[in-house]
Design a protein around this ligand. Sequence first.
Ligand code: NOJ
Ligand code: CA
Length: 546
Amino acid sequence: MKHKQDWFKELVIYQIYPRSFQDSNGDGVGDLKGVLQRLDYLAELGVNALWLSPVYASPNVDNGYDVSDYRQIMPEFGTMDDWDALLAEAHRRGMALIMDLVLNHTSDQHPWFQSARQSRDSPYSGFYIWRDPVNGGPPNGWRAVFGGSAWEYVPERGQYYLHSFAKEQPDLNWEDPQVRAAVHDIVRWWADKGVDGFRVDAISYLDKHLEALDPGDGRICTAACTNLPGTHRYIRELVQATCAPDHLMTVGEVTCLCLEDHWDYTARSRGEFDMAIPFVSPIEELQGWSPRQMRAQINAVYQKLRLEGWWARFLSNHDKPRQVSLYGDAERHWEASAKLLAALLHTLPGTPFIYQGEEIGMTNIALPEIGDYDDIDTQNLYRSLVAAGVEEKEALRRAQLASRDNARTPMQWDSSSNAGFSTGAPWLPINPNYTAINAAEQRGRQDSIFTFYQTLIRLRREHPVLIHGDYTPVLEEDDNLFAYLRRWEGTTWAVIHNFGPAPQRVPLDRQNLSGKAVLSNCGRSGELEGEIILEPYESLILELDS
Ligand code: NOJ
Ligand code: CA
């Protein structure tokens, strides 16, 4: 597909975690043929872009985020022919295909690393980050995101290599021009195959600042290496050399410590990404989240990027608990709160990212034993909590809430065995609520969450105010109200969410918000004026009288 500048602003992107989407051959693992079988479902939903989490060859220590060959498809997922067919069929339905790029690290099974670990004379020696032991131990105290030291010793070389994540994910040495050239080649190779854009994984830590290794520094490696100047330079070079000439869409998964970081990654004049997905750890979010805090953050980032940037809007992905469990109320207000979150996603400025299953309100799962979890991060969190003295039952409870497996349980297609995901035993348990929560039950039902998503996606397509309109917060006094105006060429829409379980009084006339209901998740319609009482988790979109 040919792309014009800014085309990404008109996308609604659906993220597929292929392992959990649809299995086509009964081995319990989702695959590319499975995705192909479900393209009509995605077309029915109305999305116009798909982001595939990594499908490259990988030993799956981190489920594909450890790549052993960037130009091969993981055999469990299928073949390059399957991928080619998927691209062609997605394009035939008017959907762009976005690939995930994991460039901070490779798998330790990648031939580059396999060669580099053998000897200091390997032609790939400089592709990774090696340091001599200090006092018989690692060069400093940096820890890895997934637990333990960030340094791993290799006897063949008598040296340590750096890994920000698992020890099977050695970090690439971006300082080496050969690494940058090899990475550019990979990205161009996929661009030549016809992909429409990239989501770029864990990209804030490329520049490591190793000159200043301090033996006493015990931080998490990524925290010690966030947003250094070299990282921005490498990103700019990469994007300009590969994606910018054809306007391929780019979204970086980044760490933003302050508003300036949002700007640095996405302002047009910087030449880096079109959009950013700021990473926030689920544990921090579980502790620190509130509607007021979310609103304040959204407002601040909107203001910062208003003139020169754009926003990736997402509430879920494969690294987060399910949105209705995290931000909504999956027990008492499941349907209303799932719809409120949908309305929020599609009416804020920016490009919406839907994560598979949120369109039917899929929820968290609580697996009974820590051993039932697949996610390396969940296992490590549990171990570190227990090591810190937390009682086992409590450690399990916290790990369950934060686990990335909440988002990775298989897609719930229907109420048949294994939720229609697979005819074999699924690689991760199906959420037992699949008999009630599944796509078959919701497709075509007028008041379902699925239909609500369809309506929102259609509204976005038909009303440029939702894409291009400016954004002004209103009704800011109340903690649980999240309300704003979108304005574009003489049209003004007001969007009001009651982000809580209690009814909420809204004085529409106080801020001239009288108008006609465009959409509500509680059946409200017609001309509205004066004072209204919003129901728990009600979202209301109004077209204001001019
Ligand atoms: C972010 C990815 O989204 C996550 O799933 C992965 O574990 C890390 N980066 C490491 O690649
Ligand atoms: Ca399969």
